[in-house]
Design a protein around this ligand. Sequence first.
Ligand code: AMP
Length: 546
Amino acid sequence: MAPTFADLLLSPEVLRAIDTLGFEEPTPIQAQTIPLLLEGRDVLAQAQTGTGKTAAFALPIVERVDTARREVQALVLAPTRELAMQVAESMHNLGATRGLAVLPVYGGQAYDRQLRGLRAGVHVVVGTPGRVMDHIRRGTLNLATVRTVVLDEADEMLDMGFVEDIEFILNEVPEERQIALFSATVPRRIEALARRYLRDPQRVTIAQEALTAPQTRQMYVETQQRDKIEALTRILDLESPGSAIVFCRTKREVDELSGTLQSRGYTAAAIHGDINQAQRERLLAAFRDGRAELLIATEVAARGLDIPDVTHVFNFDIPDDADAYIHRIGRTGRMGRKGDAITFVTPREMRQLRFIENQIHKNLRQIRVPTPGDIAARRQETLRASLIAAIESSAASVYAPLVESLASEHSPLEVAAAAIYLANGGANGRHDAPTPEEHPEDESVTEGGMTRLFLDTGRKHGVRPHDVVAAFTEVAEIPASTIGTIDMFGDFTLVEVQRRVAPAVLERAGLLVFNGRETHVTAARESRDPREKPAPGRKPGPRKRK
Ligand code: AMP
């Protein structure tokens, strides 16, 4: 059974800090490394960002620092300024209940700020090798009291040419010290460094058997942390999942995400370790019977639950290892059914993704975040399909007399558009046609807007919308995605295409033949808004009744 944080013999105050951060149980790298570091051993650990490696070295430091002595007792070296800041922040959070003082020092930041911090006395310094070495040389950082040194992302530090700086620094720390070396890969140079400076190091790697992934479509989206919610909601809007689970790393994230999603109008049930059994049952029941469309959960909370098969699994955070990944995505695509698994990856976590891919012997397909234009286009497609179904079933024919009477004063196009508008909730509904005005950031739509083309062939000639799409894509060779609304009438058709591809269609106009009938194509009227009706009185427009 997986150990708990308490099993790792961390003190109650540190356990409290862990709980505040919302971590429910140690990740594999933490479960293996923490006991060794608490014992004072040197460790060579192979782990990348996304495995929980930071807390793996930070927790033993937090636990072992003597906070009564305001002197530098631990030094963490990291390759970049962002990583140094991130590690310092994690260390600060994990050490909050113990009053741990952590100072990041990195190049690019003014010295005086760092000097003030160093003078005031801190327990832990997290820095980039170059700047740490500068401080040592200037006599502003004294490492005589350091007991633990961490080399974080050691392979990257070596790749960046920091080897001499690191050796200089390691020669400055006392003989009696502990060193933890974390590296995503362990090439020979890292082994050499370990041999030289580590004493009888314990090697930690997370053993993985070869895993086969289920028959689920596996995809990933690369996105910054701050853009994840927007990316998730867009994918939800595009895909309209029948049922979906969203996995988050921490309890806090589950609460935050479900709160935000609810405020945006999604019904979400949130489940994590602080939610008691009775509540869980209630929430799960709501999810099972469709009252909640989304289940937001930590992996740990989801583990013991009888969750029905879902159509989509979202990894809002990348899982810490391939096992966890397989376990999470196993919630979809069961019993040969179709399932999609979409993993969100920040640029820093790309190595962790590659690592997981390596373990599962499969590459995830990268997808991009849908634009508002994609979502609007998908909604229109769905709407179009239901309209066609209604037309073909003749169920709507009871309204024919009403349309007939309206059509004496309004064009059928206007009547139909008004009917769809009302069916979609009227003024309160969602009417997001992919218009450039509404989505200025959406290139596919803004690129010159839409052009409406007029074809002198219509339904009466036995032509259907898919024939038009086929002709335009095959003869005019334009992508189907550039074709907008197709309005078919008895003896003519109005087709919208993106303005940039219109010349290609017009050029090949002479080649368009439908059911043996040569068809003429002309530009009906330039329109930026696909919903705008064509100019009245223009060449056989929609007013011209059949
Ligand atoms: P790292 O691999 O250190 O970059 O950590 C990746 C992310 O995992 C960070 O956002 C941590 O806050 C989070 N994390 C670390 N340990 C745990 C844990 N035991 N449970 C949940 N989240 C964790």
